[in-house]
Write a protein of this length. Structure first.
Length: 122
């Protein structure tokens, strides 16, 4: 269906990624989950996304590495960082690298994630 906003989910915890993917698809978005930072960068290079949910702690390439690659390759997709790290330094570093928003996974239910997405995509 045309007009659906496409969201890339980069999350190495597969049950969490699949739950987000299902919830977003059921909420009118077109979501795709990938499970490491290398897959995330490849997906961004191969297709156009309106938004990415990005976990910071992932195998192969962490979220900071993904943000750095996006900057270097001039991939302009709004990013919401999802993390279990609530340290201000990590949040500040992610924002400096271009993240638009962030949430702490353990503090945010899936409905809260959708609110973060709607804040950026409208």
């Amino acid at each position: 269906m045309a007009g659906k906003k496409k969201i890339l989910i980069a999350e190495d915890e597969k049950p969490m990624a699949k739950a987000l993917e299902l919830k977003l698809n059921n909420s009118g978005y077109e979501a795709k989950a990938v499970f490491d930072g290398v897959e995330a960068v490849e997906a961004l290079e191969q297709d156009k996304y309106d938004l990415m949910l990005l976990d910071l702690m992932m195998p192969k390439k962490d979220g900071f590495g993904v943000l750095e690659d996006m900057k270097a390759k001039k991939i302009k997709v709004p990013v919401i960082v999802s993390t279990n790290l609530s340290q201000d330094a990590d949040i500040e570093r992610a924002k400096k690298l271009g993240a638009k928003d962030y949430f702490v996974k353990s503090d945010t239910p899936i409905t809260g994630v959708i609110e973060h997405i709607q804040k950026i995509l409208g």
